[in-house]
Design a binder for this molecule. Structure first.
Ligand SMILES: [Mg+2]
Length: 251
């Protein structure tokens, strides 16, 4: 991208028009700082209120797209819609229940061995995502290799209907098909988002389809943190995002 184009985007970002843009946020590492145990996550100070204000001022053109279960983060976010499990847990979906039941039945038998493995590495965590699972080792950095290997073996046992999603100190296994880009497109088809330009914020590899989808709609991709994700703009982390949002709302 030329220097000129970058400058244009930076200007655009500084004066984002709340009547013409839509906003999509990943949760962990984007709105909330990463923590050793994902269960202990929280939103920084003013952020929940600022997101609610952003949603009100954009007339509802704000959504969260996370790898977590929707129910884990939705209570922190008021009326803002949340797509969970990378989009496969989309607000209003009920038709997939049967499919999820089949997926869960396939995953169940593999959990006990992984639970034993995690128990042998204090600080490591097995996250049961229903139709998927994640191994976390932020709290057990020495176990990175053994956790990665276990994830690879689990994926091999599950077969081609499943895929691996690597992230920061996490390996996640989930069904092939949905990703965060699909979720962004689905939101963009809804009246509150349609005809706006999406601005997407993410910090990890699982956000790439969402960042790309935002660009495909003529929008802006914003990367957070140290990962070298392809993006139009960068912010240092959740605190920088919260500061930007608060400043933008005050303008
Ligand atoms: Mg993230």
């Amino acid at each position: 991208m030329t220097e000129r184009a970058l400058k244009d985007i930076a200007l655009q970002f500084g004066s984002l028009d709340l009547d013409r843009h839509a906003f999509f946020f990943d949760f962990d590492g984007t709105l909330a700082e990463l923590v050793d145990d994902p269960a202990n996550v929280s939103l920084a100070g003013e952020l929940a209120g600022d997101l609610a204000r952003l949603s009100a001022r954009t007339r509802g053109a704000v959504a969260i797209i996370t790898g977590r279960h929707r129910d884990e983060v939705a209570p922190m976010l008021g009326d803002i819609p949340v797509a969970g499990l990378h989009g496969s847990d989309f607000p209003g979906d009920i038709a997939r229940t049967d499919q999820d039941a089949v997926r869960m039945a396939v995953i169940r038998p593999l959990l006990p061995a992984l639970a034993d493995l995690v128990a042998a590495h204090p600080g490591a965590i097995l996250e049961d995502k229903g139709a998927g699972l994640a191994l976390h080792w932020r709290g057990a950095p020495g176990a990175a290799e053994v956790m990665s290997r276990a994830a690879d073996q689990t994926l091999a046992a599950l077969g081609p209907d499943w895929r691996m999603q690597h992230g920061k100190c996490v390996a996640e296994i989930r069904p092939v098909g949905d990703d965060k880009g699909v979720a962004l497109r689905r939101f963009m088809a809804e009246p509150a988002f349609a005809d706006r330009r999406p601005v997407a914020f993410g910090d990890d590899l699982n956000d790439l389809p969402m960042l790309q989808a935002a660009r495909d709609f003529g929008g802006i991709a914003v990367a957070l943190g140290e990962r070298d994700l392809p993006a139009d703009l960068r912010l240092a982390g959740p605190a920088a995002l919260a500061a930007w949002l608060s400043e933008r709302l005050a303008a």
